[in-house]
Design a protein around this ligand. Structure first.
Ligand SMILES: Cc1cc2nc3c(=O)[nH]c(=O)nc-3n(C[C@H](O)[C@H](O)[C@H](O)COP(=O)(O)OP(=O)(O)OC[C@H]3O[C@@H](n4cnc5c(N)ncnc54)[C@H](O)[C@@H]3O)c2cc1C
Length: 388
C-alpha cells in the first residue's frame, strides 16, 4: 500500500494538536508508514477557552469508544452541564446541554490525545521538537525541510499545523484568509471567582463588542479559563487593546463587577488568532496535500469552537489519505473529494453560523429580544437550536 519505499514515510502529518492526533488515530489500521511532527515538546500549552465540544468527544467515541472513555478520565477536567448567556442588556438565559462535554486545559487535553496515538497507533513515528520550515513538491513525493536536521520525504503531507500553517502558506495558491474571517482572542486562568460554579460555562455579550464575547469556563480543580474574543476587523477599526479591554470588562461589566474582587490571576493574559470558517470557499487540498482544522479555517464563527471540526476534518483526511494510497492517485482532482466531504459535513453548518454571527453583530436589540423570548415556555428550544 505504500507510495514508494524510496520515501521516509507514506504520510507526514504536520502538527500534533487535535486535528493531527485525530488524523493519526484515523490511520492507525491503514498499514501506512505515518510520521506525526510537531514543533513543540508535549505537554504543551495552546491558547484556547479549553471547552472541549461534545461533538469532538462524539467523533472520537465513534472511532473507538475507548478513546472518549479515556479522555473522560482526564484531570483536571470539569463536566459541562449548562451555560449561562448574559445579553447586552443584562438579561440572562440558562441553557442545559444534552451532549456530554467537558472543559480541560489544552495542555492536558492535547497531551492525552497524543497519548492515545502512542497507545493505539504505536506504529506512528512521533517527532516532537521538529518544526517545519518549508517544503518542496517533487514529481512523485514531497520533501519536508525541518528547521534542524535533514529533509524528510513522504508521499502525502497533511497540514494540521494550526492558524499559521506553514503547509497552507507554502502550498495554497491563495493562502491569505480574508480579514472578515479572522478573530482574535485572549485568555488567562483565575481562581477564587465569586459566583462561578463547576459545571456551568458563562458567556457575556456587550453592546460595544457584539461580534465576540467574554467567557468564563471552569476547567477543574477550582480554576477558570477567562477570555475575550472578537473579530479582527473590530479590533483594528476601534484600536481595541484586547488584554486591557478584558481586564476592564471584568471590573466593570454589570454582570461581573465585584466577582473578581478576590480573584487571583494565574499566569499572564495571552492571545492567539482564530481562523473562522463558513465564508468564501477556498481549496483545502491539492496535489499530495490536505489541510485540516485551523490550517483549513474551520472554527465556528458564532461560538469560536474549533476542536470538534479539527478532529472531524483530521478523521476525514485519514480516510482520504487511505483512498489515495489504495488508488495510487495523489492528483488534485482526486484530493478534491476531501474538500467536498469537509464542505458537506462541516462547511455548511459553519456558513450558517457565519451568516448568523454577521447578522446579529449589528443588532444588540435582537440579541436582547432573543434572550428575553427564550424565557417564554416553548421558545427556549428554538433559541438554543439557533445558537448551537
Ligand atoms: C482564544 C481562543 C479561544 C478558543 N476557545 C476554544 C474553545 O473553548 N473550544 C474550542 O473547541 N475551540 C476553541 N478555540 C479554537 C481551537 O483552539 C482551535 O480550533 C483548535 O486548537 C484547532 O486544532 P488544530 O489541531 O487544527 O490546531 P492547533 O491546536 O493549533 O495545533 C497545531 C499544532 O501544530 C504545531 N505546529 C504549528 N506550526 C508548526 C510547524 N511549522 N511545524 C511543526 N508543528 C507545528 C503546533 O505546535 C500545534 O501543536 C479557541 C481559540 C482561541 C485562539
Amino acid at each position: 500500500m505504500s507510495a514508494t519505499s524510496s520515501v521516509d514515510y507514506d504520510v507526514a502529518i504536520i502538527g500534533a494538536g487535535p486535528a493531527g492526533a485525530a488524523c493519526a488515530l484515523g490511520l492507525r489500521r491503514s498499514g501506512l508508514r505515518v510520521a506525526l511532527l510537531d514543533k513543540a515538546q508535549f505537554p504543551r500549552d495552546k491558547v484556547c477557552g479549553d471547552a472541549i465540544p461534545g461533538q469532538a468527544l462524539k467523533a472520537l467515541r465513534q472511532l473507538d469508544p475507548a478513546f472518549a472513555a479515556a479522555l473522560w478520565q482526564l484531570e483536571p477536567r470539569d463536566a459541562v452541564r449548562r451555560s449561562r448567556l448574559v445579553a447586552p442588556n443584562g438579561g440572562s438565559l440558562e441553557l442545559e446541554w444534552k451532549l456530554p462535554s467537558f472543559n480541560s486545559p489544552r495542555e492536558s487535553f492535547d497531551n492525552a490525545l497524543l497519548e492515545l496515538v502512542r497507545t493505539h497507533a504505536p506504529a506512528t513515528t512521533i517527532l516532537e521538537n521538529t518544526s517545519l520550515k518549508g517544503l518542496h513538491m517533487a514529481p512523485d513525493h514531497v520533501e519536508l525541510q525541518p528547521t534542524h536536521g535533514p529533509a524528510i520525504t513522504c508521499g502525502l503531507v497533511i497540514g494540521c499545523d494550526g492558524a499559521n500553517s506553514v503547509v497552507g502558506r507554502k502550498l495554497l495558491p491563495e493562502p491569505r484568509l480574508a480579514r472578515a474571517h479572522h478573530c482574535v482572542g485572549v485568555r488567562a486562568y483565575y481562581e477564587n471567582i465569586a459566583g462561578a460554579e463547576s459545571g456551568t460555562t458563562e458567556f457575556f455579550l456587550t453592546r460595544d463588542y457584539l461580534a465576540g464575547y467574554l467567557w468564563l469556563f471552569p476547567v477543574g480543580q477550582g480554576r477558570y479559563n477567562v477570555g475575550l474574543g472578537m473579530l479582527a476587523e473590530v479590533v483594528a477599526a476601534h484600536k481595541v487593546d484586547l488584554k486591557e479591554t478584558m481586564v476592564r470588562l471584568l471590573a466593570t461589566h454589570p454582570a461581573l463587577a465585584g466577582r473578581f474582587a478576590e480573584a487571583r490571576q494565574l499566569g499572564a493574559i495571552v492571545g492567539f488568532g482564530l481562523p473562522l470558517g463558513g465564508g468564501r470557499v477556498r481549496p483545502i487540498s491539492g496535489e499530495r496535500f490536505l489541510l485540516c482544522g485551523d490550517a483549513a479555517s474551520l472554527i465556528d464563527p458564532l461560538q469560536g469552537h474549533g476542536i470538534d471540526t479539527a478532529i472531524q476534518s483530521g478523521l476525514l483526511a485519514a480516510t482520504q489519505a487511505a483512498a489515495c494510497f489504495a488508488k495510487q492517485d495523489f492528483g488534485a482532482a482526486h484530493m478534491a473529494a476531501y474538500d467536498e466531504q469537509v464542505a458537506a459535513k462541516i462547511g455548511r453548518k459553519l456558513a450558517k453560523s457565519y451568516r448568523l454571527m454577521r447578522f446579529l453583530s449589528t443588532k444588540p436589540w435582537l440579541v436582547n429580544a432573543a434572550v428575553g423570548l427564550a424565557r417564554v415556555p416553548g421558545l427556549k428550544r428554538w433559541v438554543q437550536k439557533a445558537i448551537g
